[in-house]
Design a protein around this ligand. Structure first.
Ligand code: ZN
Length: 263
């Protein structure tokens, strides 16, 4: 298959999945079904038809407004579709067309849901956590089809979750306020099934802390919120996981080398 065809296919498929990701971001935190009823405008209730539902293009040709009531639609819909499309391209670029690329793409879609829902609602949808965890387990067992794969993957979930849980307990003792929620423990456990009990945990947590700090600074500067205000840590972990999934091995090795670790 020519490379341009694979890239184009991944982009279009990713944009279509991005539409579904948008549905999940809206409906999961509101405890609504993700299959029923069909998509409708949240303001005027008009059911959306094929013209309104073409990924990326509908948003552009409707000028970011509902076709019926002209209420502006959040640019998040466009951003999420574009982001998911680009992540799928990156996954197929790194893993070439394979079951692995498909599993990584689906995992990235789950991470997008987790990041956006946690950012807005300070909660983590269990459906996305289970999807991310099961996909990681399948990835591991697919590449290591014996009991080692099973144990490493499940061990990774326990290790990842425990690290965040311990940080949360310590944070509560030291700062006397909630540092990590149980949602963060669940995210780390689900990402852990992908990383296994390996040194990949280290770049994942280092990137999480670094990105969390950057997000905190950004929010403080842009929204002029205080640096001590509460900010969810889940989006930072989701970005860190995506980096570890997609980064060339040299970047991960570079981080490990700083700590004198060779894998
Ligand atoms: Zn409308």
């Amino acid at each position: 298959m020519p490379k341009w065809f694979v890239t184009l296919f991944a982009f279009l498929f990713g944009a279509a999945v991005g539409s579904f990701v948008n549905v999940c971001i809206y409906r999961l935190p509101r405890k609504l079904s993700i299959v029923q009823p069909p998509s409708h405008c949240p303001y005027c209730g008009a059911t959306l038809t094929v013209v309104d539902l073409v990924p990326l293009l509908s948003y552009l040709w409707l000028g970011g407004k509902c076709r019926h009531c002209k209420t502006p639609i959040s640019p998040r819909y466009f951003v999420v579709e574009l982001l998911t499309a680009l992540l799928f391209v990156a996954a197929v670029n790194k893993y070439s067309p394979s079951l692995e690329a498909f599993l990584v793409s689906a995992s990235l879609a789950a991470l997008v849901i987790i990041a956006f829902v946690d950012w807005e609602f300070f909660l983590v949808p269990d459906e996305a956590i289970w999807a991310l965890g099961i996909l990681g387990f399948i990835r591991y067992v697919n590449s290591m089809p014996d009991y080692h794969g099973v144990l490493t993957s499940i061990g990774g979930a326990i290790l990842g979750g425990t690290i965040i849980w311990v940080i949360g307990v310590l944070g509560r003792l030291v700062f006397r306020k909630e540092a990590m929620g149980f949602g963060d423990v669940k995210i780390a456990a689900a990402v852990g099934t992908h990383l296994g009990v390996t040194w990949l945990m280290l770049p994942f947590f280092l990137f999480s802390v670094f990105i969390g700090a950057m997000m905190g600074l950004f929010v403080a500067l842009v929204q002029r919120r205080s640096l001590t205000g509460y900010m969810p840590f889940g989006p930072a972990m989701a970005v860190a996981a995506a980096i570890v999934f997609l980064a060339p091995p040299s970047i991960v090795d570079f981080v490990l080398q700083i700590y004198g670790i060779t894998r």
